[in-house]
Design a protein around this ligand. Structure first.
Ligand code: C5P
Length: 286
C-alpha cells in the first residue's frame, strides 16, 4: 500500500488587517503570512476500498469531517474526479490547536499535496489551493507556504521575499480562541491601530529584519477582553526583554511570537516562558 509522509508547517501572521465585513459574512483581509519549521507529521496511505479513516495522537480532536484533514480528502476526490478507494490519514500533532497558527488548515493542505502525489494527478499548487478554498480560508496559503501576502477571504496569495534569517519563539497562553467569535467581536470594536502592510513588504524587500519586526501588528489584539489582553502583553514584554526585535499575536490568537536576531537570546526567552507555558517553542522561518 503506497504511503507518503508529509510535514504540515505552522504559520504566523507578521501582520493581520481586517478591511471590512463582506456581504457573504466573511471579512476582507490583508495579511502577511510566514511559515515556520514547527510542524505536524501526516502519514497518508491509499488502499482499495474501506473509505476514509483519520486518526490523531490527540484524543480530543475529531476524526470526522470536522477535522480539516478529512474534509480536504473528501473535497480532493470530488474536485479532482478521482476515487481513491480508501485512504488512511494519521496525524501526529505538534502545532497547538485553536492557537492562531493554522494547524488544521496546514494539515488539510498537506493532505491535498499527499493525495495529489498518491493519485498521480499532478495538480499545480494553484489548483490544489483552489480545492482547499472550500475547506477553509487559510488552506490556500498553507498549500503555498513561505512568506506571502494573503488577501480577500485569505485565498488570494502573492509570494513575498523571505523573512530575513532569525530565531522565533512561540508561546501559547492557556486559553484558546474561537475564530468566528473573534470576528464577531471585531465588528463591534473601534480599531486603535492598523498594520503598515506596505511598510512591512518594503522591509522584506530590503531584507531589513528590524524594519519587519518593528511593523509586526495584528488588529485582533484589540479584541481580547482585558484579562486576556494583559496576558498577551505580558508574554510580548517578556520576549522583548529577552532581546526580541518585535513581538505580536498570530491569527485570532492566542499564540504570541517574537523575532530574535540572536540565538542565545531566543533560547533564554524560550526557557523563561517555557517555565510558565507548556506550549512554548523555539523555531525558524521556512
Ligand atoms: O474559512 P474558515 O472556515 O476557516 O473560517 C472560519 C470562520 O472565520 C468563518 O466562519 C468566519 O466566521 C470567520 N472568517 C471571516 N472572514 C474570513 C475568514 C474567516 O469572517 N476572511
Amino acid at each position: 500500500m503506497p504511503t507518503i509522509e508529509v510535514k504540515a508547517y505552522a504559520k504566523l501572521n507578521l501582520t493581520l488587517d481586517v478591511l471590512g465585513r463582506r456581504e457573504d459574512g466573511y471579512h476582507e483581509l490583508r495579511m502577511v503570512m510566514q511559515s515556520v519549521a514547527l510542524s505536524d507529521t501526516l502519514r497518508v496511505t491509499t488502499h482499495t476500498g474501506g473509505g476514509l479513516a483519520v486518526s490523531t495522537d490527540k484524543s480530543f480532536l475529531p476524526c470526522d469531517e470536522r477535522n480539516l484533514a478529512a474534509a480536504a480528502a473528501l473535497r480532493f476526490q470530488e474536485a479532482a474526479g478521482v476515487d481513491l478507494g480508501g485512504a488512511a490519514i494519521g496525524i501526529e500533532k505538534r502545532i497547538p490547536v485553536c492557537a492562531g497558527m493554522a494547524g488544521g488548515s496546514s494539515d488539510a493542505a498537506a493532505v491535498l499535496r499527499a493525495l495529489d502525489e498518491l493519485a498521480q494527478t499532478n495538480l499545480t499548487a494553484a489548483a490544489l489551493a483552489k480545492i482547499g478554498e472550500a475547506v477553509g480560508s487559510d488552506v490556500p496559503y498553507c498549500v503555498h507556504g513561505g512568506t506571502a501576502l494573503a488577501e480577500g477571504r485569505g485565498e488570494l496569495i502573492t509570494p513575498l521575499p523571505p523573512l530575513p534569517s532569525c530565531h522565533i519563539v512561540l508561546c501559547k497562553p492557556y486559553f484558546s480562541s474561537s475564530t468566528p467569535e473573534l470576528f464577531r467581536q471585531l465588528d463591534s470594536v473601534r480599531l486603535r491601530r492598523r498594520p503598515d502592510t506596505a511598510g512591512i513588504i518594503s522591509a522584506l524587500e530590503a531584507g531589513d529584519l528590524e524594519g519587519v519586526a518593528r511593523r509586526l501588528y495584528n488588529v485582533f489584539e484589540d479584541v481580547f477582553p482585558s484579562r486576556r489582553a494583559v496576558e498577551i502583553t505580558g508574554i510580548k514584554n517578556t520576549l522583548i526583554q529577552h532581546g526580541a526585535l518585535g513581538a505580536c499575536m498570530s491569527g485570532t490568537g492566542p499564540t504570541v511570537f517574537g523575532l530574535f536576531p540572536e540565538g542565545d537570546c531566543a533560547r533564554r526567552a524560550y526557557e523563561d516562558l517555557g517555565q510558565t507555558y507548556r506550549e512554548t517553542f523555539l523555531t525558524k522561518s521556512i
